[in-house]
Write a protein that binds this ligand. Structure first.
Ligand code: LMR
Length: 400
């Protein structure tokens, strides 16, 4: 009965890891998925995460019962505080509802389904380009996906005028996906002044912001600074949605820890919204897992552990920045044609190199370097030892 099923292609990002794993070459390098690696090229479990896990293991009162449909209450409160700020009026006025979801993806998906059911507009505008999973999540969640201009390949920066033009002509009331910081894949963010213009335009046109916050702490190294865009939209009293992920900033990738917050007009609306979010979650995954959010809550509620986390997070962000400088210098030393300054200007985990898909294929075939076909490289996967190999490959790809 399944003989007609056609083989689906591998995922454009996670499929890169599948191909990498099959390559027997000792010099292979995976710069596909955005996952942090140490200087030794190894995955990193933060010390503060290990500590939190130890506390959890030693607490014999802990059981493995189901969480409520909306997840761990402490985790939800602390997550809202982390993104909106401790003194957020929206939190104080109880007009934020936060539900624990399966990392960023699950949070976006639950948000999409809620919007498809309860919001008067089904169209969502996503930046062009954006994370490859965004259009799929929103389409399957019941929304109709359109794009707005974001990136200018000639400047390798923000196409701000194009963005404003597209949002000005977007259907009134439409949903707009915004990357809270460290835009994936481009590493290009609006300035605070530009954010303010985006906010004014969106509010004047009744466009509903849906933030994806997957990299809080990775853009500037400061958790508060990286939440500025979101906080601007909350400060004006309007509604918004925020999907948060702890995959990158706490290194909890496989634990699938995230949260969806919906900022409403008042506490009564927020509690009704929460009741409907439960109806989305229950048939989707019933209730979320307990281990990951317990780690996060343990860290966020203890000021010493919180500080330790910020230091470890900053160290990850700084190592990525140092990789940017090393790669830039290595290309300069090789006299590689082109202006590579975007490598140091772009922020977050990725560099959007400008390499085309043929050059990517060449680098994979000849140098065993794996990256997404749009030329995005995960700087977090690079180390001092592997920079020369990557620089050689880029040089060969652009001079062949
Ligand atoms: C990425 O863009 O590499 C990450 O967000 C991981 C993923 O799930 O695609």
């Amino acid at each position: 009965v399944f003989a007609h099923v056609v083989r689906a292609p591998e995922d454009p990002i996670l499929g890169v890891t599948v191909a990498y794993n099959k390559d027997p070459s000792p010099i292979k390098l995976n710069l596909g998925v955005g996952a942090y690696r140490t200087e030794e090229g190894k995955p990193l479990v933060l010390n503060v995460v290990r500590k939190a896990e130890q506390i959890l293991v030693n607490d014999s009162s802990r059981v493995k019962e189901y969480l409520p449909i909306v997840g761990l209450a402490d985790f939800n409160k602390l997550s809202a505080k982390l993104i909106f700020g401790a003194d957020s009026p929206a939190i104080q006025e109880n007009r934020v509802t936060t539900v624990q979801c399966l990392s960023g993806t699950g949070s976006l998906r639950v948000g999409a389904e809620f919007l498809a059911k309860h919001y008067h507009q089904r169209t969502i505008y996503i930046p062009q380009p954006t994370w490859g999973n965004h259009p799929k999540i929103f389409a399957i969640g019941g929304l109709s996906v359109k794009t707005y201009s974001y990136y200018d390949p000639t400047t390798r920066g923000l196409n701000f005028q194009g963005l404003l033009d597209d949002l000005s002509s977007a259907s009134s009331g439409a949903i707009v996906l915004l990357h809270a910081c460290a835009h994936n894949p481009t590493g290009v963010d609006p300035t605070l002044e530009q954010w303010e213009q985006i906010r004014k335009l969106m509010r004047s046109r009744g466009l509903l912001p849906f933030f994806d916050s997957a990299y809080q702490g990775f853009a500037s190294g400061s958790l508060d600074a990286d939440a500025q865009s979101v906080r601007m939209f909350v400060a004006d009293g309007g509604e918004c949605l925020v999907a948060q992920s702890y995959a990158k900033n706490m290194g909890l990738y496989g634990e699938r820890v995230g949260a969806l917050s919906i900022v409403c007009k008042n506490a009564d609306v927020a509690s009704r919204v929460e009741s409907q979010l439960k109806l989305v979650i229950r048939p989707m995954f019933s209730n979320p897992p307990i281990h990951g959010p317990s780690i996060v809550a343990t860290i966020l509620k203890d000021s010493n552990m919180y500080n330790e986390w910020t230091i470890e997070l900053k160290a990850m962000a700084d190592r990525i920045i140092s990789m940017r400088h090393k790669l830039f210098e290595a290309l300069r030393a090789r006299g590689t044609p082109g202006d590579w300054s975007h490598i140091v200007k772009q922020i977050g985990m990725f560099t959007f190199t400008g390499l085309n898909s043929e050059q990517v294929v060449f680098m994979t075939k000849e140098y065993h370097i794996y990256m997404t076909s749009d030329g995005r490289i995960s700087m977090a996967g690079l180390s001092t030892k592997t920079v020369p190999h990557l620089a050689d490959a880029i040089h060969a790809a652009v001079t062949r």
